[in-house]
Design a protein around this ligand. Structure first.
Ligand code: CP
Length: 377
């Protein structure tokens, strides 16, 4: 908690850029919109640390549905909703009627009738999650239009197959806390070994597309066979044209040399992630389990892809900022010693997500937000 008076660096014209907007992917947003979102998140964080209440959306329902496990993002959603005076409700996707054939559009319409905001995690199957989230938004928008309902019901991607925007925006804010401007900074996003499960591609994809837009020199490192989707690679190349740079290497050591920041985490082998699509569409759980076993066998060929003390020694002054979206496989993705050294840092990185979600909900829903925030301060 801090005693000095709150300063509000919010411009209504900037906030108007995000009013009424859903967050389905950072690629859908302009850099000006993302900058406005970040500034609002910082202001909300400052208010929270000063114990200034921000009940901007009382009596509203913040519904979230998760088709995959989560600790941090569920907590961020609930924490954000509570701080805005909303009622958070978090539902396990497997408990809905979607498995009985109800479509995403139909489900969206049903949930949109009652909700004032909708968060969705659907990240396990390539080609499905982001489409599902967009379909839910279509269903909600159709319902609101058909009933002449003027409510703003933003849909927030809480991780899909393509992107994890609340994570990468939290990462951006944490990076700016540590580095200021990202121009000329070397940021390494590296594959790392995991024995636990074939993780989604969305975090590295979200990072390479977002950080290149903010001027960073981004290096993506992975073993052969662990490529990301063509669309996100093309977007990262294009975004780097604005001042940053983007390169791909197949050596974790090369990627760590002179890095200011390292973000080593695992993701699934691309061909096996594609194989899962058909098996999932058929509902073939035995084949899905067999693919998962093959994915872990594939990962096991690269157990030396670990972020350890030797590799951290290759980075700028041997002291790069270590980042992870968590949970990390300690002893596989990262050594115990490196993680112990950075435990508080990764918790602070994670904490930004709550303020990003607050900014997405308040920014999308509260008209004249600058004035409302000034009144609260
Ligand atoms: N990084 C992240 O999204 O964490 P959870 O899976 O715990 O939500």
């Amino acid at each position: 908690m801090t005693d000095s008076p709150a300063t509000i660096d919010l411009d209504q014209a900037d906030l108007d850029l995000i009013f009424g907007h859903s967050m389905l992917s950072t690629e859908d947003w302009s850099t000006a919109q993302l900058t406005s979102l970040g500034r609002l998140a910082r202001t909300l964080a400052d208010f929270d640390r000063r114990r200034i209440r921000t009940s901007l959306l009382p009596f509203e329902l913040a519904w979230a549905v998760f088709f995959d496990q989560s600790t941090r993002t569920k907590s961020a959603w609930a924490g954000a909703a509570a701080r805005l005076g909303m009622q958070p409700v978090i539902v396990d996707g497997s408990s809905t009627q979607i498995s009985h054939g109800e479509t995403a559009v139909e489900t969206g319409a049903m949930l949109g009738m009652n909700a004032h905001a909708m968060g969705i995690r659907h990240d396990l199957i390539l080609g499905e999650g982001n489409t599902f989230i967009r379909d839910v938004k279509t269903g909600i928008d159709r319902y609101l239009a058909a009933t002449g309902d003027s409510r703003k019901v933003p849909v927030v991607n809480l991780q899909c197959d393509v992107d994890h925007p609340t994570q990468t925006m939290a990462d951006l804010l944490w990076l700016e806390d540590n580095l200021g401007d990202l121009s000329e900074r070397n940021i390494t996003v590296s594959w790392a070994y995991s024995p636990s499960y074939a993780k989604p591609l969305s975090v590295p994809q979200g990072l390479i597309t977002l950080l290149t837009r903010f001027g960073a020199n981004v290096t993506l490192a992975h073993p052969p066979g662990y490529r990301l989707t063509t669309e996100t690679m093309v977007a990262a190349e294009a975004n780097a044209g604005g001042g940053g740079s983007f390169r791909v290497v197949e050596s974790m050591d090369d990627a760590f040399i002179d890095a200011d920041v390292v973000y080593p985490k695992s993701w699934g082998a691309y061909d096996l992630m594609v194989e899962r699509v058909d098996a999932n569409a058929r509902g073939d759980t035995a084949e899905l389990a067999a693919i998962e076993a093959r994915a872990l066998e594939r990962n096991a060929q690269f157990t030396d892809w670990i972020c350890d003390e030797r590799r951290m020694g290759l980075t700028r002054d041997g002291d790069a900022l270590y980042m992870h979206c968590l949970p990390a496989d300690i002893g596989a993705e990262v050594s115990t010693g490196v993680m112990e050294h950075h435990t508080v840092n990764v918790a602070r990185q994670a904490n930004w997500k709550m303020y990003v979600v607050m900014a997405l909900l308040a920014g999308a829903k509260v008209p004249n937000l600058a004035e409302a925030m000034a009144a609260l301060a």
